[in-house]
Design a protein around this ligand. Structure first.
Ligand SMILES: [Mg+2]
Length: 238
């Protein structure tokens, strides 16, 4: 935490972007529950799919798809729909199931519980004059979560066309926030996407390390926090 403060970096910062999954809420149980909800729905409405595939087998199918079609790695929605089409084909259903099945999944995928300090800290940062954005490689929609009002702008890999760690997301964020890269701080949990991407793009990086994970060798960051509340002393708001 000290690094950013001591380097004088904080006073230059005018905007912050936040990763969503696993930064603002614990996403693993959300995805597991959403996949189970979809699987249960398929077992009732399209049982030949669940007779053929276990839930794990469907997950493995998606992982194979990303290896075969790397572009799908930037579009979780298209990845899930493509895998549903393949599953339908393989058991003789047509593609009519894809949209209603995806709707069941995406509804469940938005049943998240924000960490308690997320809203108060975002609101405090906004009050202090920082521009606030969200930036995700996933398909969570902040408007659907009732968080649209909190963010000045929201970027997804689907809307930008490529995800973190590609610098484009960060460049687009700077344009939205009307700041230069060194005036933007990005907060995220994933070293490979949030930290590496931010560093490549020349923005300040703040690692959300809630579980005390060891640092990735060779990857530096401007600050490390364990909760949203840790941002307040960092930005001298307490
Ligand atoms: Mg994340």
């Amino acid at each position: 935490m000290k690094g950013l403060r001591q380097s004088g970096g904080v006073k230059n910062i005018r905007a912050l972007t936040f990763d969503l999954d696993d930064t603002l809420w614990d996403n693993r149980p959300v995805l597991l529950a959403a996949e189970q909800t979809l699987y249960d729905w398929l077992s009732i409405h399209y049982p030949r799919i669940t007779d053929r595939y276990t839930l794990v087998a469907m997950r493995e199918m998606r992982m194979r798809l990303v290896l075969q079609q790397p572009d799908l790695g930037h579009n979780m929605t298209e990845l899930r729909k493509t895998s549903l089409r393949l599953a339908a084909d393989s058991v003789g259903y047509d593609h009519q199931l894809v949209e209603p099945a995806f709707a069941v999944f995406i509804e469940a995928r938005h049943q998240i519980n924000l960490f308690d300090d997320v809203l108060p800290v975002l609101q405090r940062l906004k009050q202090a004059g920082y521009r606030i954005g969200s930036m995700t490689n996933g398909n969570a929609d902040v408007n659907r979560l009732g968080l649209g009002h909190v963010f000045d702008f929201s970027l997804t890999a689907e809307s930008v066309g490529i995800g973190k760690p590609h610098p484009l997301m960060f460049e687009v964020a700077c344009r939205h926030a009307e700041v230069s890269p060194k005036q933007l701080a990005h907060v995220g949990d994933d070293p490979a996407t949030d930290l590496l991407g931010g560093r490549t793009a020349g923005v300040k990086t703040i690692w959300m390390n809630r579980h005390g994970a060891p640092k990735t060798e060779g990857l530096t960051m401007d600050a490390e926090i364990a909760s949203m509340s840790d941002l307040l002393p960092l930005f001298r708001l307490v």
